[in-house]
Design a protein around this ligand. Structure first.
Ligand code: AMP
Ligand code: MN
Ligand code: MN
Ligand code: MN
Length: 282
């Protein structure tokens, strides 16, 4: 069955509105989907209306930015109650910290010789806030300062680049608690995408995540190789974690790179799939 438990809409840094995203997934034969916007689940209502009209099964989702030893780690929340006011409010407070962060990113980009990037990013996003690094990257490309998305990230905006300003998100136990309190389950997103701090590695992250009550790993991700999936499967199995998988689709614009909705392999049979974990908590 074609599924996709990780994708983004215009609610965060994606290019398609939640309804366009679900329709596209339907066109590509996806039967089960989770919309996982960064730090925001307000797209789920519209996504659900569209999912119901085209017969796709929608799982409530969100991708929360957290900080672990000064590094940003993304935690996926699934199957929570999207009417939960406390969860919504907590995410809203955290989203608001993107305002001053965007101002700091703009200041760094100005120093690098790229003026007026905040207003440019805001135009791309179609709103004043919240703004993501993706919007800045798209603006740099539009202005011809960078050739493509990887270049804009690697050269200017990623965590180790000059305009990848440090930012304090919430910590992992907090994110897990918010998700659990709203009736959901917590997964580590794209575990192989992180650059770990000196002396720490993925196993340290997994151990901390498990001690904080975390539930699963995103073992299938975008263009992971079978070997990478196997590696993550072994870790998930050892630590008794469930399995999720997603494309992390952001845009239908192929120049942005990325994987198409649902264009991922099946979850490993050896692991408990996300859908079974969600049944358990309900
Ligand atoms: P933000 O949430 O504002 O920190 O923006 C981070 C987003 O930028 C991620 O969710 C990805 O969509 C995108 N991105 C792509 N490549 C990178 C990278 N190398 N480092 C950080 N973010 C990246
Ligand atoms: Mn993103
Ligand atoms: Mn992510
Ligand atoms: Mn994502």
């Amino acid at each position: 069955m074609k599924y996709d438990y990780h994708c983004h809409s215009t609610i965060s840094d994606g290019s398609l509105t939640p309804d366009q995203l679900i329709s596209r997934a339907h066109t590509f034969g996806v039967r089960q989907i989770s919309l996982t916007d960064h730090d925001d689940f307000s797209g789920l209502k519209l996504a659900r209306e569209t999912a119901e009209s085209c017969g796709i099964n929608l799982i409530n989702g969100v991708e929360i930015s957290t900080t672990w030893y000064k590094k940003t780690i993304h935690i996926l929340g699934y199957g929570f109650n999207c009417e939960d006011k406390t969860f919504y409010k907590n995410l809203e407070i955290m989203r608001n910290t993107r305002i001053e962060r965007a101002v700091r990113i703009e200041a760094e980009l100005t120093k690098l010789g790229f003026p007026n990037t905040l207003i440019g990013a805001q135009k791309i996003a179609g709103r004043d806030f919240p703004i993501s690094r993706t919007h800045f990257a798209r603006y740099l490309i539009k202005q011809g300062y960078c050739k493509n998305f990887p270049e804009s990230m690697n050269k200017y905006l990623s965590d180790d680049a000059p305009a990848g300003v440090p930012h304090q998100w919430i910590d992992i136990p907090n994110a897990i608690e918010w998700i659990h309190n709203a009736g959901g389950v917590a997964f580590i997103a794209h575990p192989l995408r992180y650059k770990f701090p000196e002396g720490l590695d993925l196993i340290d992250l997994v151990k901390d995540f498990v001690s904080a009550g975390g539930d699963g790993l995103e073992v299938v991700y975008a263009n992971h190789s079978p070997r990478q999936i196997e590696h993550l499967t072994e870790i998930a199995f050892k630590y008794n974690l469930g399995a999720s998988g997603g494309s992390d689709f952001h845009s239908n614009d192929t120049s942005m790179g990325g994987v198409e909705l649902g264009h991922i392999g099946q979850l490993p049979a050896k692991l408990i799939p996300l859908t079974r974990l969600i049944e358990k908590v309900k």
